[in-house]
Design a protein around this ligand. Structure first.
Ligand SMILES: Cc1cc2nc3c(=O)[nH]c(=O)nc-3n(C[C@H](O)[C@H](O)[C@H](O)COP(=O)(O)O)c2cc1C
Length: 194
């Protein structure tokens, strides 16, 4: 018999953000999710990540600020675009920002800190799904904008790994095309020739 966790991993997929609804995970469930998200490979045990919770009214306040920043950057925007920016953080009842924390190190490259952060975000998705919630990992334009990052609570040296949207979800998620697994691996056949 296939272990249930294998079926879980073989069928995991992200839920559409617009379909995530109340109730949000409880405080105890959030603690469990963060515990799982921080239980990831981490070269040098630097714990080079942290998590910012956006919930309740904060989500709407962030939306107002994102809409204002978008207009500051791009000029006057149509009402539908303003509405989109306003709703960015309030579509799901909980958004968890996964933040890569700068930990300058003489040996371990920055790249490996980012990879560990990606593992943390992936574990967060898995934990949310395992607790029965839908989840979706996005970055969006504000992850690449320094002013937006500061407004979202990140320090200048920190980077966004992702904003993981989490909420209750019921229904079917259409399958998206998946890579052809057979084309993804092969035995080693010598140096690459590009
Ligand atoms: C680092 C990262 C950033 C992403 N940012 C976005 C984004 O800004 N907008 C978006 O629609 N999808 C984004 N995605 C993709 C969503 O997570 C996407 O819905 C997901 O890949 C669906 O695949 P799954 O069903 O295997 O989880 C991002 C994915 C990653 C890994």
């Amino acid at each position: 018999m296939t272990p249930p966790v294998i079926d879980f991993l073989l069928t995991r997929k992200s839920a559409p953000i617009d379909a995530l609804s109340e109730p949000a995970p409880s405080d105890a469930q959030i603690e469990t999710m963060i515990r799982i998200a921080s239980r990831v490979p981490d070269h040098g045990r630097q714990a080079p990540w942290r998590f910012i919770l956006y919930r309740d009214d904060v989500r709407m306040e962030i939306g107002e600020k994102l809409a204002a920043l978008a207009e500051k950057l791009e000029g006057p925007l149509p009402e539908n675009r303003i509405a989109k920016e306003r709703a960015r953080f309030s579509r799901a009842p909980l958004v968890i920002g996964v933040v890569s924390v700068d930990r300058p190190h003489s040996v371990i490259p920055e790249w490996e800190r980012f990879l560990s952060g990606g593992a943390a975000a992936m574990n967060l998705l898995l934990a949310a799904n395992a607790l029965g919630f839908g989840a979706n990992w996005v970055s969006n334009w504000f992850s690449e904008n320094a002013e937006a990052r500061r407004m979202l609570g990140l320090r200048e040296t920190e980077r966004v790994i992702g904003f993981v949207h989490i909420g209750s979800f019921s229904g079917d998620i259409p399958e998206r095309p998946r890579p052809d697994v057979a084309a993804l691996y092969a035995d080693y056949s010598g140096p690459a020739d590009d």
